[in-house]
Write a protein that binds this ligand. Structure first.
Ligand code: M6R
Length: 587
C-alpha cells in the first residue's frame, strides 16, 4: 500500500522530476493520488494531485533532494489536499507515510490544543505536526524517532527536513529499502524505483530508521536511537526486470515470463526441500496459508499433497485464528506470499510462531518481513512482479510446492522433469491460433455482466484463480464454483446465454464435470470449455494441453490472458485495476 521514493544528491539537480519518474515504477502500490516535495532554496515546494501518475509531469523547481508518494487511501477521501506529502505548520517538514496511524485522533486532539493547524483529513498529517512539536526541544532525528515510537499500527514514514537537508525514514511493518548509488542515495518502498541507478541495497528491518544526507546513509535502532552498522547487499535484478520491454503492459509481459519462470523453479535449493521432506515424512502437520491468489495456491497445493498421499490443510490467512489452536511444535506452516508483506498473512504467521510452529515462507519478493519471520525460505525467483494482478509469482509458488509434494513421494526427479517440460509445452500453447481464439472469446464476452466457472478437484482452485483474474482485470462479475455445488442452488443463476467456463482435465472426474456442463447447457447456458479434449457439451473450446495434474497451469494461463484481453477491451488499466494495491499491508 502506498509507494515511497526519495533521492538525495540527484546527479542532474532534478530530484523532483526523477522522484516522479521513480514513483511511476511504484504506482502498482497505490494510485489514488501522487505527490512530490523538493527542497528548493529557502523552502520545501510541493506538487500533488489525485489520480494515476501515468504520463504526469511536474513544474517543481530543480533541486538535489526530493521525496514523493503514491497513495492508496485509508483515512480521508481521494482529494488533492489528502494526497501526500503533508507539511507541518512551519512548512519546513514534509511527511509521507505508508500504513495506518491507529491513534491519530488522540494525537490530533492534543496537537490542536497546542495550536497546530490541520488542512487534511488524513492520519498522516499528525506525524508532521508531532515532529514539529518535538523538534522545538530536540534534534530532528530524535524528534522523528520519538514521534514514530508514539504511532500505533504498522507504519513506514519518510520525512523531508529542510533545516538538516536530510530524509529520515522509520519502519515498522511496511517495507523500506535504501539504495546506494554513485554519490546519490535513494529511499523507496521497493527496488524498481531506483534500479536504473543502483542494485546495492539495504532492506530495513522493523524497528530500524535511516538518515539519508548529502554525505551518505546512516542506520539507527529506533528504540535506543543508537547508530548501527549498515550491511549492504547486491541484488541480481536486471534493469529489464522493472521495464515493459516492448510489451504494452507489465501484466502481459509477466504472463509470458511464466514460460521461463515456471521451469526456473526446478533450480530450487534442494537442501531445503530435503529438510522439509524429512519433517513431513516424520509426521509434521502441514498448514498452507496466504491471501487472495496465494490462498488459491494454498488450496491447489492441498490437492497436490493429497495426490501424493499426504494430508494438509489450506486456510486463508484472514480466517486463520479459529484454527490456530490446533498448531503445535510439530506443525509446518507454509506462508505463501508474493510480497511477503501482506498484513493478514503476517498476523497468521506470528500467531503460528507463538504456538511453536515452524514457518516456511514461499515468497517471491526479497527482503520482506515474512522472509525475516520464517525458519525456512523457499524463494520462488520469479523476479519483480510489477502488475498489481499476480501471475508469475502464483505459478512459481505453485510449481515450487508441486515439486515439494513430489519430493515427499520420492519422485522429485520425475517432478522436476515434468516442470521443465512444462516450459516447452506452455510455449507451444501460446501460439497465434490460441491467442486469436482468446481475443475473439474476449470480444464476444465483453459486454457480459456475469459469468460463471466450474471445475472439480485440482480444477476447482483453478476456477477460483481464473475468476479472480477476470474480476481484477475486467471488472466483470465472474463467480467460480466446484462443479458438484451446481445442483445445490447455484443452477438458479443460469439463464439463456449465461457464459459458463468449464475447466476440465483428462482425469477420473472428467465425466462428472461434463455432466455438470450439460446441466448448465440444458438451461440455455453458453458453455466455454477450457480442456484438453473436445466434447459435445462445449459451445466453444479453448484447448489446453493434456498435462495430467499439471493441466491446472495451462488452464490458469488461459484465465490470465482472457482477463487481460477482457480488461483491455473494456478500457480498464490491466496493470493497475481500480481500488487495488499490490501489497495489502493493512488489516
Ligand atoms: O503479496 P501477497 O501474495 O501476499 O498478496 C496476496 C494478495 O493480496 C494478492 O494475491 C491479491 O489477491 C492479488 N490482487 C491477486 O492478483
Amino acid at each position: 500500500m502506498c509507494g515511497i521514493y526519495g533521492i538525495i544528491n540527484d546527479k542532474n539537480n532534478q530530484a523532483a522530476q526523477n522522484v516522479l519518474e521513480g514513483l511511476k515504477k511504484l504506482e502498482y502500490r497505490g494510485y489514488d493520488s501522487w505527490g512530490v516535495s523538493v527542497i528548493s532554496r529557502d523552502q520545501i515546494k510541493i506538487d500533488k494531485h489525485i489520480g494515476k501518475i501515468g504520463e504526469a509531469m511536474t513544474n517543481l523547481p530543480s533541486g538535489l533532494i526530493a521525496l514523493g508518494h503514491t497513495r492508496w487511501a485509508t483515512h480521508g477521501g481521494v482529494t488533492d489536499l489528502n494526497a501526500h506529502p503533508h507539511l507541518d505548520c512551519t512548512k519546513k517538514i514534509a511527511v509521507i507515510h505508508n500504513g495506518i496511524v491507529e491513534n491519530y485522533q488522540e494525537i490530533k486532539e492534543e496537537l490542536i490544543k497546542k495550536g497546530h493547524q490541520f488542512v487534511s483529513e488524513t492520519d498522516t498529517e499528525v506525524i508532521a505536526h508531532l515532529i514539529e512539536e518535538k523538534a522545538k526541544t530536540k534534534t530532528i532525528n530524535e524528534a522523528v524517532f520519538e514521534t514514530f515510537k508514539i504511532l500505533r499500527g504498522s507504519n513506514a514514514i519518510a520525512v523531508l527536513d529542510y533545516e538538516s537537508q536530510t530524509i529520515i525514514a522509520c519502519r515498522n511493518g511496511s517495507p523500506l529499502v535504501v539504495g546506494l548509488g554513485q554519490g546519490q542515495y535513494f529511499l523507496a518502498s521497493d527496488v524498481p524505483a531506483f534500479l536504473k541507478e543502483t542494485n546495492t541495497v539495504y532492506f530495513l528491518n522493523d524497528g530500524e530508521a535511516v538518515v539519508l544526507s548529502k554525505s551518505g546513509v546512516k542506520l539507527f535502532d529506533i528504540d535506543s536511537e543508537k547508530e548501527k552498522i549498515l550491511t549492504l547487499q547486491t541484488l541480481d535484478w536486471k534493469l529489464e526486470d522493472a521495464e515493459k520491454n516492448g510489451y504494452p503492459h507489465f501484466l502481459l509481459k509477466e504472463i509470458y515470463e511464466q514460460l521461463k519462470t515456471i521451469p526456473k523453479t526446478t533450480s530450487i535449493n534442494e537442501k531445503e526441500i530435503n529438510k522439509l521432506t524429512e519433517k513431513i515424512k516424520g509426521g509434521y502437520k502441514i498448514i498452507l496459508t496466504g491471501c487472495g491468489t496465494a490462498s488459491y495456491c494454498a488450496l491447489a497445493t492441498k490437492y497436490f499433497f493429497a495426490t501424493q498421499g499426504v494430508e494438509s490443510q489450506a486456510i486463508s490467512s484472514y480466517e486463520f485464528m479459529p484454527f490456530s489452536k490446533f498448531i503445535d511444535k510439530k506443525t509446518l506452516v507454509f506462508a505463501i506470499s508474493q510480497s511477503g508483506e501482506t498484513a493478514d498473512t503476517l498476523i497468521a504467521v506470528k500467531e503460528a510462531k507463538k504456538r511453536g510452529a515452524e514457518i516456511v515462507a514461499v515468497i517471491n519478493a526479497r527482503g520482506s518481513t515474512l522472509e525475516r519471520l520464517a525458519d525456512t525460505v523457499l524463494s520462488v525467483g520469479a523476479g519483480p512482479e510489477i502488475a498489481v494482478v499476480s501471475t508469475k509469482a502464483f505459478t512459481s509458488q505453485l510449481s515450487t510446492l508441486y515439486l515439494l509434494s513430489t519430493a515427499v513421494a520420492d519422485k522429485f526427479e520425475e517432478g522436476k522433469n515434468k516442470i521443465n517440460k512444462l516450459g516447452t509445452v506452455l510455449t507451444n500453447l501460446l501460439n497465434p491460433v490460441l491467442i486469436n481464439r482468446l481475443i475473439d472469446t474476449a470480444k464476444n464476452l465483453m459486454n457480459e455482466e456475469h459469468m460463471y466457472l466450474i471445475g472439480k478437484h485440482l480444477n476447482y482452485p483453478a476456477t477460483l484463480e481464473f475468476a479472480l483474474k477476470i474480476k481484477e482485470t475486467s471488472y466483470i462479475h465472474a463467480e467460480p464454483f466446484a462443479a458438484g455445488e451446481l445442483k445445490h442452488g447455484v443452477i438458479t443463476l443460469i439463464q439463456k446465454g449465461t457464459p459458463c467456463f468449464v475447466l476440465a482435465s483428462q482425469d477420473e472426474v472428467k465425466d462428472e464435470v461434463l455432466s455438470s456442463a450439460s446441466e448448465i447447457k440444458a438451461r440455455g447456458g453458453l458453455i466455454i470449455g477450457v480442456a484438453p479434449f473436445e466434447s459435445n457439451e462445449f459451445d466453444v473450446l479453448i484447448k489446453t494441453p493434456d498435462l495430467g495434474s499439471l493441466t491446472i497451469f495451462a488452464n490458469i494461463i488461459v484465465g490470465q490472458l482472457l482477463g487481460y484481453y477482457l480488461g483491455v477491451g473494456r478500457g480498464a488499466d490491466p496493470d493497475k485495476p481500480r481500488n487495488l494495491a499490490k501489497s495489502v499491508t493493512v488489516k
